[in-house]
Design a protein around this ligand. Structure first.
Ligand code: HEM
Length: 123
């Protein structure tokens, strides 16, 4: 267990690693019939991707600043379902696996994402 020595940010590969994971995450969403239209309907998916990278980096203990709105404001009015929420988390877990992220780091990301459900589902 070296969790206390190495930040989640480092274990995800720092900014570059998180940017690669996020690229795969977006690709997974675009190939996922449960959520793809949500993202296809975005007016600016590049900005969304940039902000997801920032959010992920800042949340994992990196030096980046998240420049977007909080999760409640971002998802308010979308009426996101429980099924969509689980599906987005599945896409994230698959992206972490694709990039060879170890189970301890993957489980920490899972816990962080799950903790946000009240700010995303049907808000
Ligand atoms: C814990 C899970 C989630 C996190 C951490 C998260 C995080 C984010 C972030 C950081 C953004 C970028 C905000 C911005 O551009 O200012 C975003 C946008 C977005 N999220 Fe989520 N999200 C989550 C779950 C979901 C779910 C389940 C859906 C529905 C399928 C969803 C749909 C969207 C869409 C469509 C956008 C783009 C909105 C736009 O075009 O402006 N998100 N999300």
């Amino acid at each position: 267990m070296n969790q206390t020595q190495t930040s989640l940010y480092e274990r995800l590969g720092g900014h570059e690693g998180i940017a690669r994971i996020t690229r795969t995450l977006i690709e997974n969403h675009m190939a996922n019939p449960i959520v793809k239209t949500r993202y296809a309907n975005s007016e600016n998916l590049e900005r969304v991707e940039r902000r997801v990278v920032e959010f992920f980096c800042a949340g994992a203990g990196g030096p980046e600043t998240y420049s977007g709105e909080d999760m409640l404001t971002t998802h308010r009015g979308m009426n996101v379902s429980e099924q969509e929420f689980v599906s987005v988390i599945d896409d994230a877990m698959a992206a972490l696996d694709t990039h060879g992220i170890a189970p301890d780091a993957r489980n920490e990301v899972l816990a962080i994402l799950w903790s946000l459900k009240g700010e995303v589902i049907r808000v």
